[in-house]
Design a protein around this ligand. Structure first.
Ligand SMILES: NC(=O)c1ccc[n+]([C@@H]2O[C@H](COP(=O)([O-])OP(=O)(O)OC[C@H]3O[C@@H](n4cnc5c(N)ncnc54)[C@H](OP(=O)(O)O)[C@@H]3O)[C@@H](O)[C@H]2O)c1
Length: 386
């Protein structure tokens, strides 16, 4: 069988590295044709020498020159600036870029009629109205890599008529490192504490988002975009073991859930193999070790970002782009110790409140909304620290 050609955007990150692990587990089934990163020269060179893609894209100019020098004597690898160049030569593109920077790859993959394994939720959340029509391009397919949405995708496989049968989507949340803490308790939490996720090892931005539950709020918007479910029919439940990855409740009262140990290689492999399943098991459950599964409602007062994201999702138009951009800036400011953990919410709420929301009709309007929200977030932060 001809191996599936895979391009990985953000190959040096947590999702990117795990994608290469999955491919290494089934080397006869997949071949890497493209890798892209921002500025991590040494790792991308090491990956290129091992997997021999025909394209390596580096967004950072200085890093690109260094990668070019390092690969100069190696035949068959072209080093370019634009990661979208690899979207037309792959059967599947895994988008593991962090933040809004992932938008061009999301759009180019679908425009080229290829399968998109989407980890980069920010692009779909920010540009939903622009990305949705591209899903109709012949050959284009969007398979979610986020574990919750991968779980929903799997649960919905059992449905004959999703529109008529589905009553509710239930997204699970681990609760992050601060589960059980009160609003007052969270006043002084540090960056190091916020980065200590109890069940998942991920990149820093999503780890901070998990600590605020903004990640879950963004995932609610992502679920709405992916499956077309209304916001009133998407719920969140805290499940600290991260074994049930999400559930679909049907109109007859049945709930179907997807379970596996927390291991992102499973949803990555699901997107690579779709509609078939990988032969290699990742995250298999040992039922002699798993003794309990707990569920509790989220504390919406301590973790205010959850409802803020619902509010942005319900507003629609450019509101999700605004909240996602403001949150990115606020998370950066928190990580560089310029604002407190609670202020991540306050910055995002202030920017959403200031913004004029429109229904975008072009990608330029989404980019503009993103830029304005970032500028406003910087202004709000400057006001907070002056
Ligand atoms: N990690 C997880 O388990 C997980 C789970 C679910 C969803 N996700 C989602 O997957 C995405 C990636 O998360 P991650 O945890 O893998 O992040 P990460 O570890 O921080 O990796 C981010 C990747 O994006 C690249 N990158 C950063 N800025 C870029 C730019 N301007 N242009 C091109 N590439 C750029 C980085 O390259 P450099 O190394 O060169 O900076 C790196 O390869 C996020 O949207 C996240 O929400 C992640």
């Amino acid at each position: 069988m001809t191996p599936v050609r895979v391009a990985i955007a953000g190959s040096t990150g947590s999702i990117g590295r795990q994608t290469l692990e999955v491919i290494s587990a089934e080397p006869d089934s997949y071949v890497v044709v493209g890798l892209s990163a921002g500025s991590s020269v040494d790792l991308v060179v090491e990956q290129a020498l091992k997997f021999r893609p025909s394209l390596v894209a580096m967004s950072d100019e200085a890093a690109r020159e260094r990668v070019r020098d390092a690969l100069a004597g190696v035949g068959g690898i072209e080093v370019v600036a634009d990661a979208t160049e690899m979207c037309g030569i792959a059967d599947v593109v895994i988008n593991g870029v962090v933040g809004f920077a992932g938008l061009p790859v999301t759009m180019a993959t679908l425009k080229n009629g290829r399968r998109l394994g989407l980890a980069n939720k920010e692009s779909l959340i920010a540009a939903g109205p622009i990305v949705q029509p591209l899903r109709q391009v012949e050959g284009a397919d969007l398979v979610p890599v986020d574990s919750e949405h991968c779980a929903l995708h799997q649960c919905l496989r059992s449905s004959v008529d999703t529109n008529r049968e589905v009553a509710r989507l239930v997204l699970t949340a681990s609760g992050g490192p601060f589960r059980g803490r009160s609003f007052a308790d969270l006043e002084q939490v540090s960056v190091d504490e916020a980065l200590r996720h109890p069940t998942w090892s991920m990149g820093p931005k999503i780890t901070i988002d998990s600590s605020t539950l903004m990640n879950k709020g963004l995932e609610v918007i992502e679920a709405h975009e992916l499956f077309g479910t209304g916001f009133d029919d998407i719920d969140v439940v805290v499940h600290p073991q991260s074994v049930v990855h999400s559930m679909v409740e049907f109109t007859d009262g049945s709930t179907i859930a997807q379970l596996s140990m927390p291991d992102m290689r499973l949803p990555i492999g699901y997107a690579l193999g779709w509609p078939e399943r990988l032969r290699t098991p990742f995250g298999k459950i040992d039922w002699t070790q798993l003794s309990r599964l707990d569920f509790e409602p989220p504390d919406r007062r301590a973790f205010r970002c959850l409802d803020l994201a619902y509010q942005a999702g319900r507003s629609g138009g450019t509101a999700p782009a605004v909240i996602s951009a403001a949150n990115e800036v606020a998370v950066d400011a928190f990580m560089s110790r310029r604002i407190t953990w609670h202020q991540i919410h306050d910055v995002s709420a202030a920017v959403l409140d200031h913004s004029t929301i429109v229904m975008p009709t072009s990608v330029e309007e989404v980019i503009d909304a993103d830029r304005c929200a970032r500028e406003d977030a910087e202004r709000v932060i400057s006001g907070m620290i002056s």
